[in-house]
Design a protein around this ligand. Structure first.
Ligand SMILES: [Zn+2]
Length: 265
């Protein structure tokens, strides 16, 4: 069985709470040897930290303000973020820009993301970025950041013409099984264009479920089970004309490098 790293999920989510021990056991059974758990707001950072502390080999933590949560931040959010980043193994995320949500305040989002980028440079931590319908703004912000910290564009659904310029800025791109839905064909096709040394895989669980046609034993109507990653990566491998094992190994070594996963060998 090939080994996998889930480069982006939200295991702290309350929908997973009643099932968490079983979910983690299922992930391990399906070859997932490590996962990066991303916080989204001040309200869940503590839960992410506790998950990391109770599963230090299996999970890494990332702390950030998701663009949907920017409007709810407290005046002390940046100080709190610094506090959680005292753990030297923690990275920064999920943060980013989103103009898909109703009443997106992009000026506010850009200011908050700029603070995340500054902190990532100062503390030398990789960044996990979310972007929906704000690619020109994100690209401009990354370009003005010198030097640009190492970053992952999670569930990359941006335009294909930006892939090359983003690669030049050092971008890594992660694939989600959600792109295997027929309606996401355009986003899926982009993953033919990502060089093998910049590619990762993720679940974004408990959201972004792959199509039911994958027929995994873990599919259910309430949440995306992260053990489905084993089935999702087959779709990516098929698209790229690679074996699932080869694709998984490449994504795994990219995750180890970007997130400095010293506990995974
Ligand atoms: Zn996410």
């Amino acid at each position: 069985m090939f080994k996998l790293i889930d480069s982006h999920n939200h295991l702290q989510d309350h929908r997973l709470s009643p099932h968490r021990a079983q979910v983690i056991a299922d992930m391990k059974r399906e070859g997932i040897e490590h996962a990066i758990v991303n916080g989204t707001s001040e309200a869940d950072w503590q839960d992410v930290q506790e998950l990391h502390i109770s599963n230090p080999e299996f999970l890494s933590s990332a702390f950030g303000l998701h663009p949907w949560k920017v409007k709810d931040r407290s005046p002390e959010w940046l100080e709190k973020l610094r506090h959680f980043l005292k753990n030297p193994r923690a990275s920064i995320g999920e943060c980013g820009l989103d103009q898909w949500i109703i009443e997106a305040n992009i000026i506010d989002q850009v200011a908050v993301l700029r603070d995340h980028i500054k902190l990532s440079r100062e503390l030398d931590r990789p960044l996990t970025l979310h972007c929906l319908k704000a690619w020109p703004e994100l690209f401009a912000l990354l370009k003005e950041s010198k030097p640009i910290p190492p970053f992952l564009l999670h569930s990359f659904g941006g335009p294909s013409h930006l892939i090359k310029p983003l690669l030049k800025l050092g971008a890594h791109f992660s694939f989600s099984g959600y792109f295997l839905h027929e309606r996401k064909r355009k986003a899926l096709e982009n993953f033919r264009l990502i060089p093998e040394d910049r590619l990762m895989v993720e679940t974004d669980a408990p959201d972004m479920a792959p199509p039911k046609s994958l027929l995994t034993p873990y599919q259910n109507d309430n949440f995306h089970h992260p053990a489905d990653l084993r089935w999702s990566i087959k779709g990516l491998a098929e698209l790229r004309g690679e074996s699932p094992k080869c694709c998984a190994e490449q994504c795994r070594s990219n995750s180890i490098r970007l997130f400095a996963l010293t506990s995974v060998s």
